[in-house]
Design a protein around this ligand. Structure first.
Ligand code: NAP
Length: 366
């Protein structure tokens, strides 16, 4: 069993820590943060030991660092963890630039250590049953689809939303990892992209404890892109913080369209949610397919647990640095395309992560 130390005790850390004892191959035992009080609060709530970041990185008991800091700190913490001889698993986006991400992958390769990265929601039961439908040919050859994430922006729920509007923020780098990872899981790697960006306003308002503050918007907050996959499929991707409301018919999800059928995935940001499926064999127009996969509730941490299982069993892990790099490369290519008004070939590629098995025992990945 691997022992993990968490760095970055903020908003999302509770969703991970709720599952700290769920998986057979992993325990989260210590936590650290920039401010000691954040680490102490998380430690008290979840029964961990709070330590300083330096102490956690020096600690021989810690095998792997779970990096839940804000995006601007991901690379620095990843590199420090690897330098300290620890495997590392980071929240998304993997890095803010391809160069930063390559530094992390290079150092991990030199040190013989693993790198993993969120999102892990595509390991949920909903997305796994979609993968099974695609792989079984139930929808035939997939020519295209659409992926949409659109709402009013993170100040509608996040107490500290300023970082979402800084360089490295925006809906594409923030939410793109969920949608693009889910698409790569279903369709394989992306070959080429075209992208457009816009923004509704140059100033955003803080909320909750930051009500009254304003944040300058340094990034585009609405993106429309087309992704051409190596498989030949072309998917329309919309990522927006500028949308007041979507209609009931148009929800945050992915739809894939094949000649013989169609699939609507759950929200790629969630483990929960309904799968809809149609083909000539479904009696109603849209059906919910039989689903024998487990992990339908919030299972954040499953990606790191899978990395721990991969280390123990000497097999690749699913939420890998290679996948995260490809997803980042796709997003940076969309940004390049939007800025320079041209199609951009995606240079990297990756393997599709292995599907999970149906009917696993809770806590197991194999
Ligand atoms: N919030 C969500 O629902 C959500 C969902 C999925 C993914 N994510 C991703 O998770 C990451 C964190 O998001 P969040 O919403 O949890 O942000 P957050 O509430 O701002 O928390 C980030 C935490 O990281 C700590 N931190 C920042 N820089 C650090 C550094 N250099 N060294 C040590 N600690 C540092 C901060 O420390 P102090 O408090 O100690 O100052 C803060 O507690 C982001 O990459 C985000 O995209 C968030």
């Amino acid at each position: 069993m691997l022992k993990a130390g968490l760095i970055g005790c903020g908003n999302i850390s509770g969703a991970y820590l709720r599952n700290k004892d769920v998986f057979r191959h992993l325990r989260v035992v210590k936590c650290a943060s920039r401010r000691d009080e954040s680490a102490r609060a998380a430690a008290e709530q979840f029964g961990l030991e709070a330590v300083s970041v330096d102490a956690l990185l020096r600690d021989p008991e810690i095998d792997v660092v779970l990096n839940l800091t804000t995006p601007d700190a991901h690379t620095e913490i990843d590199l420090r963890a690897l330098e300290a001889g620890k495997h590392v698993y980071s929240e998304k986006p993997f890095a803010l630039t391809r160069e930063e991400a390559r530094k992390v992958l290079r150092l991990a390769a030199e040190k013989g250590l693993r790198v993993g990265c969120a999102p892990d929601t595509f390991l949920g039961g909903g997305h796994q049953v979609c993968r099974k439908l695609v792989d079984s040919g139930a929808v035939g050859k997939i020519s295209g689809g659409c992926a949409i994430m659109a709402y009013r922006g993170p100040e509608s729920w996040h107490p500290n939303s300023g970082f979402y509007y800084k360089k490295g923020g925006g809906p594409l780098l923030d939410m793109g990892p969920y949608y693009i990872s889910a698409l790569v899981n279903l369709l394989g790697p992306v070959k080429q992209v075209a992208g457009f960006g816009s923004r509704a306003t140059d100033l955003r308002l803080g909320s909750g404890p930051n009500r009254g503050r304003t944040y300058p918007v340094e990034v585009d907050t609405h993106f429309a892109a087309a992704l051409e996959f190596v498989s030949g499929a072309v998917v329309n991707l919309t990522m927006s913080f500028d949308v007041f409301r979507l209609s009931e018919q148009m929800q945050n999800c992915i739809e894939l369209w094949g000649l013989d059928g169609a699939i609507r995935t759950p929200d790629p940001n969630m483990f929960t949610g309904e799968v809809r499926f149609a083909n000539a064999g479904t009696p109603a127009e849209w059906e919910t397919p039989e689903n024998k996969f487990i992990y339908h509730e919030n299972m954040r941490l499953i990606g790191l647990a899978d990395m721990a299982a991969g280390i123990e069993r000497n097999r690749p892990h699913r939420c890998s640095g290679q996948l995260a790099y490809h997803v980042l490369d796709v997003m940076c290519s969309i940004l390049d395309s939007a800025e320079n008004r041209r199609f951009v070939a995606v240079e990297s590629t990756c393997d599709r992560p292995a599907p999970l098995k149906e009917g696993l025992v809770p806590g197991d990945l194999d």
